[in-house]
Design a protein around this ligand. Structure first.
Ligand SMILES: *Cc1c(COP(=O)(O)O)cnc(C)c1O
Length: 390
């Protein structure tokens, strides 16, 4: 049966994103037992394919019902013991939330805050690591509130030079599937994400991958893990079991969502992952060039080298505000996101270009539609780009 999803407005917020017909159809798989042979195979393959996306051979995936936020609880409850020091690199809204979650499990959190549009520098990170013994450091790979892309490889290098026992945690909720990530090569201890962003699956799954050293720490820790649902000790037998073709029960997995994840990961891994990163980069560069050169607008990230490839955060020009633009875009059938970072909330808006929107340039023309709509609505709002001489 050829399934085609209903006509709908184009969803170009930084997650949830557009979902393919195949993935949506897999999300409507008929009921099957979570212990059945067929589902065990599906789940086991999804676990293996998730490793491929993160370019890891040794990482241990945890694929659990929840959202990206559950990944923070997993990191905090499994890796933090009361009183441990944690260093949070703050490049926007999501750093603060990760810090709040770590504190909820007893961590003493230090935030290294960068001005809006930037991320903490190598020197600042090195200095912080020299003065305190941190149990872990967190990096928001792409802060979805600013579109700032942090250099995860650089952070990990600095940590391994100065404080090699510190665990390196990557919040990849807005980057996995869109940005280059090499978990083993970069020696990352945890990479966490969610189904509804770069992986192109409906919301509802938390996907986390832990290094061997992070798993060893949890298996050996003497103090109790202050969570039941988020405890890796409860999920390890489940993940290992499904991967080996032997289903193990702890809590019922969201069967249909995992079928949808399987369908999406099959699409993603059918081509080399580096090709996907390159396509995202190209789509992003083309779109950002349009925003800055043709529309004459300014991006939130201060330096193009630190701008995400899966989304664009754009300042409104003088005299124009969200109410001039966002409702008009809606009328054109385009759904974008407003501001989120509290210091600049009303001054900018955000467009997501992850998954299909960036990758499928043959049967879809999502970003061309977005460009046409932006040309139209900015001109309807009375905006003229003065930098362009006719
Ligand atoms: C979306 C997001 C989260 C939270 O994920 P939810 O699925 O909304 O719980 C965390 N970190 C980043 C960087 C995000 O973009």
């Amino acid at each position: 049966m050829a399934f085609h999803q209903a006509e709908h407005s184009l969803l170009v917020i930084p997650g949830p994103i557009e979902v393919s017909d195949d993935v949506l159809f897999a999300n409507a798989t008929p009921s099957q037992s979570h212990m059945s042979k067929s589902f065990t195979e599906t789940f086991g393959q999804a676990i293996k394919m998730f490793r491929q996306v993160l370019v890891t051979e040794r990482g241990q995936p945890f694929i659990v019902a929840g959202s990206g936020t559950l990944g923070w609880d997993m990191v905090a409850s499994n890796l933090i013991e009361s009183g441990d020091e944690a260093l949070v690199l703050h490049s926007g809204y999501f750093g603060q939330s990760f810090a709040d979650c770590l504190e909820a499990y007893g961590a003493k959190v230090t935030q290294l805050k960068a001005p809006v549009g930037q991320c903490p520098s190598r020197e600042q990170i090195a200095e912080a690591l020299t003065t305190t013994n941190y149990k872990l450091i967190t990096v928001t790979h792409v802060d979805t509130s600013t579109g700032v892309l942090s250099n995860a490889q650089m952070v990990s290098e600095v940590v391994h030079q100065i404080s090699p026992d510190t665990l390196v945690i990557l919040d990849g909720v807005c980057s996995v599937g869109s940005e280059e990530i090499r978990m083993d090569e970069w020696s990352l201890d945890v990479v966490m994400c969610a189904s509804q962003k770069g992986l192109g699956v409906p919301p509802g799954l938390s996907l986390v991958c832990a290094s061997e050293r992070a798993v060893h720490f949890v298996e050996a820790r003497k103090t109790k893990i202050n969570s039941y649902f988020a405890s890796w000790l409860n999920w390890l037998p489940v993940m290992r079991g499904y991967e080996q073709g032997k289903p193990v029960y702890f809590a019922t997995p969201p069967v249909q969502l995992i079928c949808a994840l399987h369908a999406s990961l099959k699409e993603i891994t059918s081509r080399p992952i580096a090709e996907r990163w390159t396509k995202n980069k190209q789509a992003s560069k083309d779109f950002k060039d349009f925003v800055t050169d043709e529309l004459g607008l300014k991006q939130v990230p201060n330096d193009p080298a630190f701008a995400a490839n899966g989304m664009t955060a754009i300042y409104f020009p003088e005299g124009i505000s969200a109410s001039d633009i966002v409702p008009r875009l809606l009328e054109c059938g385009i759904v974008v996101a407003g501001g989120l970072h509290k210091e600049i909330k009303d001054k900018y808006f955000r467009i997501g270009h992850m998954g299909l929107t960036a990758i499928d340039t043959t049967t879809r023309r999502d970003l061309e539609k977005v460009k046409d709509a932006l040309r139209h609505v900015f001109s309807a709002a009375g905006y003229v780009n003065k930098n362009i001489s006719k």
